[in-house]
Design a protein around this ligand. Structure first.
Ligand code: HPA
Length: 274
């Protein structure tokens, strides 16, 4: 398939600008089971991914596949309800396409969320974790290939992938809400099989606190594009080998369902302060 270029982004942006009343300021990417935030957007314009030129389409259960524009806490937002994963067979340029579209629409702050397995022994299912940094254990990079300077620099800096300023802001909001918030390193893996216990021990030894199959490509593309990023993981399960029980996507979805009110309150509180 043809690699998505700036002209594909421009085509999608032209289409979206004809549908949206104004330019969004904040982008949100909602992970497994967390799409409910998209339903709370006011004065919403919702578009199926399939209706947007050059947009990939999502296949995984629990991902609705809608781009929703509207207002949240008085801010103009654009929300991805459902995202694209490398394990679905998409290449990095497709997984990160929506981030590039968001940037070209005017987004300069991105909140990424995901469901993740808890690697750190102190984490419990249902905890929320602010992402301090990530480890790219996907061994893929969405920026591989010729660099288009219109999208960003050839060698983007990743020393502050997850904005310190936004992390401090999020911690302030959580403490005002009386909400405990973990902070740790997200290790992105390719999936779709869950990790083995030996892999989880390795990830823990190497400094990972949580593990998941998304986020890393989008955050790399966002930083490439100069977007400031905040990441929040919902710890949906203890990672493989910690408890004497198998992992399942059902457990991931059930935990997300259980914490969704807290998650919504936190994200709304953060958006309000941005
Ligand atoms: N591993 C990888 N991805 C995940 C997990 C996990 O344990 N839980 C939710 N997404």
């Amino acid at each position: 398939m043809e690699r998505k270029s700036f002209s594909h982004v421009e085509e999608a942006v032209q289409f979206l600008q004809s549908k949206l009343p104004a330019a969004p300021e904040i982008g949100l990417i909602l992970g497994s089971g967390l799409g409910v935030l998209g339903d709370q957007v006011e004065n919403a314009v919702a578009l199926d991914y399939g209706a947007i030129p050059n947009f990939p389409v999502s296949t995984v259960e629990g991902h609705a596949g809608k781009l929703i524009y509207g207002e949240l806490q008085g801010k103009r937002v654009i929300v991805m309800q459902g995202r694209f994963h490398l394990y679905e067979g998409y290449e990095g340029d497709a997984v990160t396409f929506p981030v590039r579209v968001m940037r070209a629409l005017g987004v300069n702050t991105l909140i990424v969320t995901n469901a993740a397995g808890g690697v750190n022994f102190d984490y419990k299912p249902g905890d929320l974790m602010l992402i301090r940094d990530h480890i790219n254990f996907m061994f893929r990079n969405p920026l591989i290939g010729p660099n288009d300077n219109k999208l960003g620099a050839r060698f983007p800096d990743m020393s502050e992938g997850y904005s310190k300023r936004l992390r401090e802001l999020a911690k302030g909001v959580a403490s005002e809400q009386g909400l405990p918030l973990q902070e740790g390193v997200y290790c992105g893996v390719l999936g779709p099989s869950y990790e083995t216990p030996a892999e989880i021990r390795m990830i823990r030894t190497l400094g990972g606190d949580a593990v998941g199959m998304s986020t890393v490509p989008e955050v790399i593309a966002a930083r490439h594009a100069g977007i400031e990023v905040l990441g929040i993981s919902c710890i949906s399960n203890a990672a493989a080998g910690i408890l004497d029980q198998p992992l399942s996507h059902d457990e991931v979805m059930e935990t997300a369902e259980r914490v969704k009110e807290t998650f919504l309150t936190l994200v709304r509180g953060i958006v309000e302060k941005l």
